[in-house]
Design a protein around this ligand. Structure first.
Ligand code: AMP
Length: 496
């Protein structure tokens, strides 16, 4: 059966569509709905994933992997007990854990999944996620953009047209997506935010607050004691969460250290206002990142009709106040009735239900945000998949060579951004087995964008059947990243 998986930076979740046709979060063997995306290597052969791994993190940092999502699609390797692991292998271990507990809960095999990825994930990151799923023994039937999943969970596709701002404020990242929805089509207009901003930054500030207070009162530096520090992290996070519902709390940590006078206990009052002041810079950054993303998309705040809150940290009252203030006077609808930790997984389950044919009333398709094509010999961009193309899609164009005795042609894969800016996504060289006369070759360049948004480019010599395929390394999604392509040299191709 197909489940929906939110493979998150901090936590992961699995959901399915019940017999009654409702999306539901599957609880793990501890009875929790969230499973920390943490992998702890106990020894060469034993691996622990989830809550238990999280509690080992500060004690055994060399054996514990956190936030692997940030490394997906990079050449980074984790070296543990003398063995190297790719980020896909680590994510594969997390996915295997999710698969196992989903199977235990459902009492049947789970071999297919819809897995969510940030809208800005590039081709490499998507491919790495697909590899992780296969390593876990699952076929990834679709990679779904996280903001699209959130919109699905809120049933926003029920309305004819909608302009959405999806704000996903999680443990370690703040993802902003601007999306337009119309007649079953979701278009990601722009993405922004920061991969270095989230609830854990608030925890860091509160830990420093406690460590400073203990140093001042007792002369003891808790930051030197990893076990004590782990305790402090645990308790400040709890206090932060409490302050989302109450105005005042007290951080109480008994027996945190031993001084000459005996055991040391922490008993530190903390108000919501004090926390807001300590973290003022974080909220200022939240505000400026939202404004920047809207500006970069050449849109204005009144373009936004609906704001969707996603991610555990979006529950923080100051976060919501900042957003509400920013949109004061703009008639927006706030989507905040669902649990923000769970909306992405619920949306993934709905997508799984659509694929299984169990949810019929929606047809959901994503569309390409920028045109994709190649460069001809004159340095012109030749589009092959146009912006707005609904995918999965296949398109091709026929080219020929431009010079006598030509033996190779460079296929330069480009993305055309707004204003005609070209971004190189990668290239490959098609080598012929013979020398072409000018205009002799019949070379078909095929772009295949699959249902997960993964692009495969191939060139086929129609006379010999010889085929070369591209490895695309650039970002296909959103507006961040990518390498400018200033040098418009001729790669020896001409459109036929
Ligand atoms: P996520 O990455 O979406 O799973 O979000 C995890 C982050 O949300 C962690 O930093 C949590 O401490 C934080 N979080 C979860 N619930 C709350 C809450 N009620 N108030 C404030 N922060 C929360």
């Amino acid at each position: 059966m197909i489940v929906g998986i939110d493979l998150g930076t901090t936590n992961s979740l699995v959901a399915w569509i019940t017999r009654e046709g409702r999306p539901e979060i599957i609880i793990n063997e501890r009875g929790s709905r969230l499973t920390p995306s943490v992998v702890y290597f106990k020894n060469e052969r034993q691996v622990i994933v989830g809550e238990l791994a999280r509690s080992q993190m500060l004690l055994y940092p060399q054996q514990t992997v956190v936030r692997v999502k940030r490394k997906m699609g990079t050449p980074f390797r984790y070296s543990i007990f003398g063995r190297e692991y790719t980020p896909s292998e680590i994510s594969g271990l997390i996915l295997r854990k999710l698969k196992n507990y989903a199977e235990a809960y459902l009492g049947r095999e789970v071999d297919q999944a819809v897995i969510t990825v940030p809208a800005y994930f590039d081709d490499n990151q998507r491919q790495a996620t697909i590899r992780a799923a296969y390593l876990a023994g699952m076929t990834p039937v679709k990679l779904l953009n996280e903001p699209t999943a959130a919109a699905l969970a809120y049933n926003l596709h029920a309305s004819g047209e909608n302009n959405l701002l999806v704000l996903d404020f999680g443990g370690g990242t703040f993802d902003i997506s601007l999306m337009h929805f119309s007649e079953g089509l979701f278009e990601v207009m722009a993405t922004g935010g920061s991969t270095e901003l989230g609830g854990s930054d608030i925890d860091d500030i509160l830990v420093r607050y406690v460590v400073d207070a203990v140093k001042e009162a007792e002369g003891i530096d808790l930051s030197q004691d990893p076990v004590a520090l782990q305790q402090v992290y645990f308790h400040v996070e709890r206090a932060k969460i409490d302050l989302s519902t109450v105005q005042e709390t007290t951080i109480v940590i008994p027996y945190i250290a031993l001084s000459e006078r005996g055991p040391v206990h922490v008993r530190l009052p903390l108000s919501r206002e004090r926390m807001n002041n300590l973290c003022a810079q974080i909220f200022e950054r939240v505000e400026s990142l939202i404004e920047e993303t809207i500006e970069r998309a050449h849109l204005t705040k009144d373009w936004v009709q609906t704001i969707v809150f996603v991610g555990g940290s979006s529950r923080i009252p100051r976060f919501r106040e900042v957003v509400q203030r920013l949109f004061q006077g703009v008639p927006v609808t706030f989507c905040d009735s669902l649990n923000p930790d769970e909306v992405v997984a619920l949306g993934a389950a709905i997508q799984a239900g659509i694929i299984e044919g169990r949810i019929r009333e929606v047809e959901l398709r994503d569309i390409l945000p920028h045109s994709l094509g190649v460069l001809d010999d004159q340095g012109n961009f030749v589009p092959i998949l146009e912006r707005g193309t609904v995918y999965p899609a296949v398109a091709s164009r026929l080219f020929t060579n431009t010079r006598d005795d030509q033996e190779e042609a460079i296929v330069e894969v480009l993305q055309e951004r707004d204003g005609g800016r070209l971004i190189s996504l990668g290239n490959f060289c098609f080598r012929s087995e013979r020398k072409w006369k000018r205009g002799e070759a019949n070379l078909e360049v095929v772009f295949h964008l699959d249902e997960s948004g993964v692009l495969n480019v191939s060139a086929v010599d129609l006379d010999t059947g010889r085929t070369e395929e591209a490895t695309i390394t650039g970002g296909l999604w959103g507006d961040g990243g990518g390498i400018d392509f200033p040098e418009r040299r001729g790669p020896g191709l001409e459109v036929l």
